[in-house]
Design a protein around this ligand. Structure first.
Ligand code: GLS
Length: 833
């Protein structure tokens, strides 16, 4: 029985329940109270950081009141919930989002102004919550916003990393990594020291007989670590629903430290145990689209899956329903294969701890899970070595072998004598050492598998998971094209554009029904509207120019064409293609007469993004960009005609300034490599045009906005294999324009050519796997077209407005509803007052 207030006293309690501020004075009162009491400061030392904290605490109170209400109501109605398991949640800042979502930003602005404070100064004090690498983590954050906005009973589960993705500093052109200790001054999390789970590792499996003589397995742990819950409230936009993101933190199970060791004088090792336990949730692995098979990473994965499942199962058991009803009450979505162990853990709970038979348990498991695949890149597909798994999770490995055995038996029955197929689909790869293929477990253990854009979902069905389509039929596989939340990526990032749209559309309804944007097309020819539209872009470009000046010291001309590529640095995303294109532009400018130069559209090429610390090639691409910038930006002959900028430490809050300011952005991955991409959507939604390959979501963006509104170039996905094959057999010739670029680099135009040798040789000598040379000419020609079209500003504006009007499809709300209907089978639940 849980402690609670006797029924008869509920009224008395409610009389004293916390209330929410609604006016600027009520807000200011809460603000001052927090400054004076929670923060123990006064009007004599209220700096901008205190102003941020006071505002955040006032809003946190509001959120927590609504959080409580939401949780009570969801528990009371006891309908199906969805749990989104993700190792990454790239949340960014929370305050602005909370103010806008609860609709109280103006109230706060006025309240702060009355005290002589500027709301913008408070907002910019906040440290990003950067618990993710790139698109995969940001998608999880967009999901949370949408699920709350649409009133779905939903929880996120993740890890509370002490260090999020590293902070990037550029020193002499090189990337340096600085630890991101983000937890000081974080008012958004609630530690739940009463919600803890003991998580086991290592040890062995003991067999025993139960009272009925049935042989059972028991996992005797070698090490136990405690998981502690930290809750982060997630407010929906324009709704009372406030959902929960639960992040697990690790600590030593025995409390502060081992007192026996301490008393025996072994102080150091007592503290060392504590530190080992805390290491599990200490740091986010900084790789995007790359897996490295490190034991600590597997420990993180199991720790988080086991804690989350314990929590989910505990909540289900409180309802006293039969186990068979589990999939009617619980949907669990696996964000990539990272949480695949949750499948095995649930099977273990059901058979080892709850005593269910294998088949019944497995029916429950597969009815519960859905798996989202986010990449076809082989280096990103998770495999764990069998000996590692055997050591860390001995019982889970047994279950994995059993899952595989039953699966292969069923395949064998349907496809007798196809031994090749058996070895291809087996969960175990027969290598040295043997490896566990996590994606295979995820497919076998889920009722739905989805890709994240049409091309990507087709590719997984015809390439990496082809055999599974034969085995399970096409219905197990589906597509849900990614989206973005218009709250953060339009309303918050670009308030002026959002306000202009609201004025034309008669309100902010488009923020919850993005398809309403189509009404904007009626204004494409409206002169005043066009002017306002272009004034907003100009203002946003000024804002970015100021950021660039602050960060790099370079002044850029805001009338130039702002050409942006911001995303993780990766060979497949081809920032190298972009910078080679920039060098080509530079060489062409140098060869022109002053008269010819007068006709040139001035450009600022803006780059941003982190390289994984161990990814050498990505780091040399960053170095090349900065080396080119150092030469070009000080070339007086060129002046404003070309500037090259690398914005250091690209993150969510910088993206909110960059996206609204671009004229053109680059989404130029080798066709067939970028599963979806989501920044392409952010740029178009903010009125920027894009240059891109026929890859990922670019294809569907083209379908929606029209071919005339996008600059497409390059080879198609269907041609890639053949081209690579030809390169492999020596059929390769460096594109002549690219050769000129390479010659300049080799001549030392941008510093010591030795620094770029391997970058060039990967193309010239080692097969050009990413087809940089094959696409170069088409890329350059397309950029020439961009220049030409930019000179006709009226046409450009029309394209910009039309494109925004047609972006309704890419709302995260459409995405969330598709998952709810076709994978989770859950209904929304309104939270009334
Ligand atoms: C990614 C893909 O690379 C992106 O194309 C995709 O948009 C994103 C979200 O689905 O997932 N996969 C990955 O490992 N990192 C990503 O950003």
């Amino acid at each position: 029985v849980e402690a609670s207030i006797p029924e008869g006293l509920h009224e008395a309690w409610r009389k004293h329940s916390a209330t929410e501020f609604t006016t600027k004075d009520e807000f200011a009162k809460e603000f001052v109270r927090h400054i004076e009491t929670t923060l123990a400061r006064s009007l004599y030392n209220c700096d901008e950081l205190a102003a941020y904290s006071g505002t955040a605490l006032a809003f946190r109170d509001r959120l927590i009141i609504e959080w409580n209400r939401t949780q009570q109501r969801q528990t009371f109605t006891d309908q199906k919930r969805v749990y989104y398991l993700s190792l990454e949640f790239l949340m960014g800042r929370a305050l602005d989002n909370a103010m806008l979502n609860v609709g109280m930003k103006d109230v706060a602005r006025d309240g702060l102004a009355d005290l002589g404070l500027r709301i913008e100064d408070a907002i910019t004090q906040e440290h990003d919550a950067a618990l993710g690498n790139g698109g995969l983590g940001r998608l999880a954050a967009c999901f949370l916003d949408s699920m709350a906005t649409l009133n779905y009973p939903a929880w996120g589960y993740g890890l509370r990393y002490r260090y999020g993705i590293f902070k990037q500093e550029i020193v002499n052109g090189y990337q340096m990594e600085i630890p991101d200790y983000w937890l000081d001054n974080n008012p958004w999390e609630f530690p739940r020291h009463d919600i803890t789970v003991d998580i086991q590792f290592y040890g062995h499996v003991a067999k025993y007989q139960d009272e009925n003589g049935k042989v059972c397995n028991s996992w005797e742990a070698g090490e136990t670590v405690q998981a502690v819950a930290y809750d982060v409230p997630i407010p929906g936009y324009g709704t009372k629903t406030t959902n929960n993101l639960r992040l697990w933190s690790s600590k030593a199970s025995s409390g502060e430290f081992d007192f026996q060791k301490f008393n025996a004088g072994d102080y150091e090792s007592a503290v060392a145990d504590q530190q080992i336990a805390e290491t599990i949730s200490a740091v986010l692995y900084p790789n995007d689209n790359l897996e490295r098979g490190k034991e600590l990473r597997l420990k993180q994965q199991y720790f988080w899956c086991a804690a989350s499942l314990y929590d989910i199962v505990r909540r289900f058991k409180k309802t006293r329903r039969a186990w068979s009803e589990f999939p009617d009450q619980v949907a669990i979505q696996l964000n990539d294969t990272h949480p695949t162990l949750a499948i095995i853990e649930l099977q273990r709970i059901l058979i080892d701890l709850e005593g269910l038979e294998w088949e019944e348990a497995w029916r429950i498991v597969t009815g519960t899970f859905g798996y989202t695949n986010h990449t076809v890149l082989p280096e990103a597909l998770e495999k764990w070595s069998v000996p590692l798994m055997q050591n860390l999770l001995p019982r889970h490995l047994q279950i994995i072998y059993d899952v595989n055995l039953f699966f292969l038996q069923s395949v064998e029955k349907r496809f007798p004598k196809d031994r090749e197929m058996l070895s291809r689909v087996s969960v175990i790869e027969e290598s040295h050492p043997k490896m566990v293929r996590m994606a295979h477990i995820a497919i076998i253990g889920s009722h739905k598998v989805n890709g994240v854009a049409e091309l990507h979902s087709d590719l997984i069905k015809t390439t990496i998971f082809k055999d599974f389509v034969k085995i399970y039929g096409p219905d197990r596989f589906t597509n849900v094209t990614n989206g973005i939340t218009p709250r953060r990526w339009l309303h918050q990032a670009n308030p002026s554009l959002s306000a202009l749209i609201a004025e034309k559309l008669g309100g902010y309804g488009f923020l919850t029904d993005l398809t309403l944007l189509d009404k904007l097309e009626a204004y494409v020819d409206d002169k005043i509207f066009r002017q306002e539209w272009s004034d907003i872009k100009a203002k946003n470009k000024l804002r970015l120019a100021k950021l660039i000046k602050d960060l790099t010291g370079y002044s850029v001309n805001p009338n130039s064409l702002f050409d942006v590529q911001v995303k993780r640095i990766h060979e497949y995303k081809r920032q190298q293609l972009n910078i080679f294109g920039v060098i080509h532009r530079y060489l062409s400018l140098k060869a022109m007469t002053p008269e010819q130069r007068k006709k040139v559209v001035p450009r600022v090429s803006i780059f941003g993004g982190k390289a994984a610390p161990g990814y050498w090639m990505a780091k040399s691409i960053i170095y090349l960009i900065n080396s080119v910038a150092a030469v070009v930006n000080k070339d007086e002959e060129i002046g404003d005609l070309l500037k090259v900028i690398f914005i250091e430490d690209y993150n969510v809050s910088k993206a909110e300034i960059i996206c609204p300011a671009s004229d053109l952005s680059e989404h130029i991955s080798t066709a067939g490599t970028e599963a979806s991409g989501t920044s392409n959507m952010k740029f178009v939604l903010n009125g920027g045009l894009i240059i891109g390959t026929c890859d990922g979501a670019n294809i569907e963006i083209t379908r929606e906005i029209g071919e005339q509104n996008i600059f497409l170039f390059g080879n198609l996905a269907e041609d890639v294999e053949d081209l690579r094959h030809r390169h492999f057999y020596g059929d390769f010739q460096l594109d002549p324009l690219l050769k000129r670029v390479f010659d300049a680099i080799k001549a030392g135009t941008f510093g010591d050519p030795g620094s770029f040798a391997s970058l060039l040789s990967s193309i010239e000598e080692h097969g050009d796997y990413y087809l940089v040379s094959d696409d170069f000419n088409s890329y350059i020609t397309t950029h020439d077209m961009v220049d030409k079209e930019f000179q006709n500003q009226e046409e450009w504006l029309a394209k910009s407005i039309t494109s925004v009007a047609r972006m309704g499809f890419f709302s995260m709300d459409r995405v969330t509803n598709e998952y709810a209907d076709s994978i989770w089978n859950i209904e929304p639940l309104d939270i009334e007052d």
